[in-house]
Design a protein around this ligand. Structure first.
Ligand code: NAD
Length: 428
């Protein structure tokens, strides 16, 4: 059977349509919410180090800003498409709504592979992105952040370009900045930690002590590393992690049955989350093909890399030992899998609840920038854990009350909040 080709935007719309029908949402609101309100597609010319000019395709898409300024990361990826950005912007709307922060949903992307760009070329690309778009950005309009293959340095170049053009200091224009330059302490860890705060709550509901659980993780970038780290600190055992290897252009799974040492693995990975295969072998890790992470006999699987990783083709290879899928990445499970997963007796923590720690901390960063007063790390983590726990409890209780999956419960809460904002504004 040929593998189906999944379109993330169609997935996002399918998930929305299902819940909109359940909620008997007014047709005008339904039409408004099932697509972005604004899309900007543009090109960025970049002077390369060798004197040539390369042109990159880029996007900024605002799904909905009824609840507040649009918020969402900028992704650098060679396979970026308008539909990926559309889906991600839509998921941002639901994500901000489910954790009840006063922000809407947006997303950006550039079709590029930063592995192949020098630092100065990356800087010119970041500045070019803002030069084309500055009038549409700003703390009260649309606030960008890091995502796949973008980092704090990229954000600071973007902020500097924005401030150079507009002639002021607007630290709340972008989040995920370096600490000391308007960044919040804890932002680096926030998404991964948020994943584990939610997982911890679910484990407690399922009477599974975290110390007796094992996990397998796809990805070892920003989200995956910090999720793995907190999960290990709490006593959980990470059996395997999988990541992309640029040199071989393929993914590998690294396994240690006694448990991976997350700090050790972090010490042998590059800035893009690729673990050095030879060093891992030397440290006693078994190395398998990339997809093996999904087949491990563990309690929890945490997809924390890319979308469309758990498909109907992949579902049957998931070990019967797996009790929880913790969606740290955006859109890692295709909609046609939710029912299969439920039938396999697996509980699914949906992406836009699970990975909302990043945007929640980004919101904290904006709040701190607005006050020009910064909290210490403990305060950030305490506030983050409170927000994630509150959001989890609402979703979990609704899922139990209505006997539905947590994805549908999270959608019901988020869509209702956004639909209310749309109605209150008189848009529909
Ligand atoms: P990242 O670029 O830091 O890391 C991505 C990781 O995925 C790397 O370890 C890479 O090697 C791995 N990877 C890529 N292709 C792979 C493949 N085919 N098989 C196995 N591993 C592969 O990205 P990130 O910031 O950690 O984001 C990961 C996911 O989490 C994305 O879906 C992103 O949209 C989502 N997310 C990120 C944040 C955030 O704050 N960074 C917030 C919310 C959601």
């Amino acid at each position: 059977m040929a593998a189906a080709v999944y379109n993330p935007f169609e997935n996002a719309q399918e998930q929305f349509d299902k819940v909109a029908a359940l909620l008997e949402l007014d047709s005008g609101i339904r039409e408004l919410l099932r697509q972005p309100m604004q899309e900007i597609h543009f090109t960025i010319p970049v002077k390369m180090d060798d004197g040539s000019t390369k042109v990159f395709k880029a996007y900024r898409i605002r799904h909905n800003d009824a609840r507040g300024p649009a918020k969402g990361g900028i992704r650098f990826h060679p396979h970026e498409t308008a539909d990926t950005v559309r889906a991600l912007s839509m998921w941002m709307t639901w994500k901000c709504a489910v954790v009840d922060i006063p922000l809407g949903g947006g997303k950006g992307g550039v079709v590029c592979d930063p592995h192949n760009l020098s630092e100065t070329e990356q800087e010119r690309l970041c500045r070019g992105y803002v030069r084309q778009l500055f009038a549409q950005l700003g703390p009260n309009r649309d606030v960008a952040a890091p995502d796949v293959m973008t980092n704090a340095q990229h954000m600071l170049w973007m902020l500097d370009e924005y401030e150079t053009i507009t002639g002021g200091r607007y630290p709340g224009m972008i989040t995920g900045k370096p600490v000391g330059m308007g960044g919040s302490l804890g932002r680096t860890e926030a998404t991964g930690y948020g994943v584990i705060y939610v997982l911890k709550n679910l484990l407690s509901e399922m009477n599974m002590p975290v110390e007796s659980t094992t996990a397998s993780i796809q990805g070892f970038g920003n989200v995956a590393e910090h999720a793995a780290s907190l999960y290990s600190q709490l006593g959980g055992t990470v059996i395997a992690v999988s990541c992309w290897n640029q040199a071989d252009a393929k993914a590998y799974t690294f396994r240690k049955k006694t448990g991976c040492d997350i700090e050790q693995l972090a010490g042998i990975k590059d800035a893009f989350g690729s673990i050095d295969k030879d060093k891992a072998l030397a440290l006693g890790y078994e190395v398998f093909p990339g997809e093996e992470w999904l087949k491990q006999d563990v309690d929890i699987i945490i997809p924390a890399a890319l979308e469309n990783q758990i498909t109907p083709m992949a579902c049957p290879v998931i070990s019967p030992s797996v009790k929880i899928i913790c969606e740290a990445a955006n859109g890692p499970t295709t909609p046609d899998c939710d029912e299969l997963i439920r039938k396999q007796g697996i509980v699914l923590l949906p992406d836009f609840l699970c990975n909302a720690g990043g945007v929640t901390c980004s919101y904290f960063e904006q709040v701190q920038c607005g006050m020009n007063y910064f909290w210490d790390k403990e305060e950030v983590f305490e506030k983050l854990e409170n927000s994630m726990t509150k959001a989890f409890s609402a979703v979990y209780e609704l899922s139990v009350e209505k006997n539905i999956g947590m994805r549908d419960a999270a959608y019901i809460i988020a869509i209702n909040r956004v639909a209310d904002a749309v109605k209150l504004r008189g848009w529909a």
